[in-house]
Structures are given as C-alpha cells and as structure tokens.
Write a protein that binds this ligand. Sequence first.
Ligand code: DIR
Ligand code: MN
Ligand code: MN
Ligand code: MN
Length: 314
Amino acid sequence: SLMRPKPPPFSKGQKRRGVEHGPKAIRDAGLVERLSNLDYAVHDFGDLAFKHLEKDEHFMHVPFPRTVGRANQLLSGAVSGAVGAGHTCIMLGGDHSLAIGSVEGHAQQCPDLCLIWVDAHADINTPLTSPSGNLHGQSVAFLLKDLQNKMPEVPGFSWMKPFLSARDLVYIGLRDVDPGEHIILKTLGIQYFSMRDIDRMGIQRVMEVTLDHLLARKQRPIHLSFDIDAFDPSLAPATGTPVNGGLTYREGIYVTEEIHNTGLLSVMDVVEVNPTLGATPEAVEATTSLAVDVISSALGQTREGAHIAFPKIP
Ligand code: DIR
Ligand code: MN
Ligand code: MN
Ligand code: MN
C-alpha cells in the first residue's frame, strides 16, 4: 500500500503566522523515513501552491474568507485524487481550516465516511457564533448538513455544500468550547468526549464507545482530523492555541493505535504545528517528533512490537 503525505503550507484560517511551516518541520523530523520503515511506499506530493488573494475583505468579522475557501477547494481536489487512486492520505497543515477541503475531498470518494476530530477545541463555530472570526475555529460547521440553515454564505466557499451528518462525527479531547459551540453540540446531539470524560471513563472506554458509535451499524472509511493541540502543552508546546490539561502521550497514541486497528483509516489530517511558536528549539522538536509519532502510530507502528508473518525465532 502507498501512503502520501500531502502538506499544504497554510495559516490564513487563524491570526498567528508560522503554522504554514508545520509541514516542512514535520518532514524534517523524519516523517517519510519513519513511514518507510513501516514498509509503506511513501509518495510525498510536496506542498500545494496556495495563492493569497489580494482582494479579500472580511466577511462579517471573518478574515481571509476567499483565500481560505480557494485553498480548501484546491486541497479538496488533491485529497480526492489521492484517495481515488487508492491511497491512504496524510494531510499536513497548516491550520485546522484545511480540514474543510480535506474532509470534502475525502467525501467525494467516500460519501459514507465518518469523522473523528481530536482537538482541545470543537471548531464548530459558525461565523455568527465565533468570538474570534477565525475560520480554523469553524471548520466543522462548514461540513455539517445539520447546520446548513445556520450558516451564512461565506465568500470563497460556494464550491462546496455541507455533506456530513452530526451522527457521523465524534470529538475527543475537548476542553475549550465556546458557548455557541456548546449549544450546537447539545442541540445536534453530537457524541463528544471532553477531557473530563476521558478522566471519568478512561481512554480505553472512550475509544470503544467512539468506534462503536461510528462503526457498529456499518464498517466505513475513517477520516481522522488530529489537531496537535489536543495533546497537553507540555508535550506539544509549538502550537497557536495551547490549552492546559490535554491528552497524555499514552492517551494520544492509544487513540491512533485503536484507529489503526480498525483497518479503516483512510485520511488523516495533522494540523496546527507551528514551529515559530516554541520557546526553545527543544520545544519545537518535541512537538514535531510527537506529530511524527502520532502519524506513525495511526499507520501501524505498535508499542508492543511486530513481526512479519510466520517467522522463526533466530
Ligand atoms: C476558538 C478557538 N474556539 C475560535 N479555536 C481554536 O476561535 O473559534 N481552534 N483555536 O483550533
Ligand atoms: Mn482544531
Ligand atoms: Mn485546537
Ligand atoms: Mn487551533
């Protein structure tokens, strides 16, 4: 099987520059080598070339709507092409607004996909509920059919229609949810596991309920959208909106191991790694090598070890 890192440098879904350097930093941390060691034939598509549009006024208080919309349109085509060619696709961000194009492109090939969103944040604001205006806090709202009549027509996004049902989405790791987002989560009955739920249930039970919720009726492709800020800031300091009390290393890796074990992972996003925000080179290195670990784990690296079929003890 062939897997393809597809890293678009991009930062216009939020206000802190630098996150567009995430893909290079994750590559430099050895991603391709690690995946090759897992016996994948890795094809690195390189970076997509996103244009910054000169005329791109705010929509309401949302900055760069056309630039973000256009970038996601391009990304959608790239992800759709890779998945359509039969490959597992890794999308490196860039900020989390890129999940709009990534999930949309995936859904073009796999309309029955389900979505696991691992994040400190719910990213489900609409332009009307968003306190910041930033599109990286609104990605999920663009995807959901259930919010269609709550979403204004944002310039730059007329190429897409919402396609995902609220019941096909599960959140893991939430701990910074805006009031408008909380109304949406509760009103739509979205399945979520906040850090409090992880404390209460343990990550093993959380994954059992997550996979049961999404896959019990029918096995289908999984889109894993992993915001590095889901991890505790002590592990992933180089990110734009860190929130205390996040996933431990072991909880995060357990999530990706369980998703790998379904055999259904189809596309994974890894976003919000910002190498310009680490306080020290070590802080940046910790964050990028964590990103490599979590991708490797999602693609089958195990903690217990592994061997090819039917070997003999040497
Ligand atoms: C906040 C922060 N909920 C917003 N969101 C972030 O701007 O909508 N998402 N940081 O990753
Ligand atoms: Mn996010
Ligand atoms: Mn986040
Ligand atoms: Mn963020």
